[in-house]
Structures are given as structure tokens and as C-alpha cells.
Design a protein around this ligand. Structure first.
Ligand code: ZN
Length: 139
């Protein structure tokens, strides 16, 4: 995996420095967000910007090279949400308690695989939601 620094910069800019999965903001965090391959190289993905997105360390770490999993609602195979091909608002909703709800097979599968509703992460989002800093929005 070789992502050039200019590509990295453009991925950050395109995402507005927001995690494209959980919508956390990079600003105010010491841990630098990662450039994620939407489709991992081992599954045929490439290093082109059409296959790259910005992900916080937790989303990136749990996603790993996964591209699909079982939809917790139907048990059927589902792709993970693809920030390059799909719109976040079509696949996720934010509850007042800062948990995320998957609205589609892709959304539900992504919430589970990326452990988006882990207690610690929800508590972090809840504080930022109350402060008006969540969800991160592109400028
Ligand atoms: Zn994230």
C-alpha cells in the first residue's frame, strides 16, 4: 500500500477531515485519521482516490480488510457501506443518544463490523453531540 502525500492530503480535504464512516471530526484529536482502502488491496482494490476514504483509527482498525459481512437483521450477506459510491444519510441515522442506526443492509453491517456503537465510542459522540460538534460536516 503506497499512498502518496498529495493523495493523502486530497482524501483529507474531500472528507472535510471527517471520518467517512462514523462522522467523527479529526479536529481536536491527537490520533491522526487514516486513509482507508474502501476495497482492500487483497480483494482487488487499488490505490486510486476512487477507492480511498478517510477513517478514524477505530473505524479503520475494525474494518481492516473487510468488504462484506452478514446483515444482523436478515442474516444475508451484505457489502459494507461504500463512502465513494453511496450517501451516508441514505444508510445511517443518528439517534438522540448518539448511537447510529443502520437503515440498509450496508448500514447495519457497517455498524456491527466497525463496532460503531461500542459504549466508549457512543459516550464520546454523545458529549460532542451535546456540544454541537457531532456529526462532523464538511466545510
Ligand atoms: Zn470513524
Amino acid at each position: 500500500m503506497t499512498i502518496r502525500s498529495d493523495q493523502r492530503r486530497r482524501v483529507h480535504e474531500r472528507a472535510g477531515n471527517c471520518c467517512e464512516y462514523c462522522r467523527l471530526a479529526q479536529s481536536g484529536r491527537l490520533a491522526r485519521f487514516h486513509v482507508d482502502h474502501v476495497v482492500a488491496i487483497k480483494h482487488g482494490g487499488t490505490d486510486t482516490e476512487e477507492n480511498l476514504c478517510l477513517a478514524c483509527p477505530k473505524c479503520n482498525g475494525y474494518k481492516g480488510s473487510n468488504v462484506a459481512a452478514l446483515d444482523p437483521q436478515t442474516g444475508g450477506a451484505a457489502r459494507l457501506y461504500d463512502p465513494r459510491q453511496q450517501l451516508w444519510d441514505d444508510h445511517f441515522r443518528i439517534n438522540p443518544d448518539a448511537t447510529l442506526v443502520g437503515l440498509t443492509p450496508e448500514g447495519r453491517t457497517t455498524v456491527v463490523v466497525l463496532r460503531i456503537n461500542d459504549e466508549e465510542r457512543v459516550q464520546q459522540r454523545l458529549g460532542e453531540l451535546a456540544a454541537g460538534d457531532y456529526p462532523c460536516t464538511k466545510e
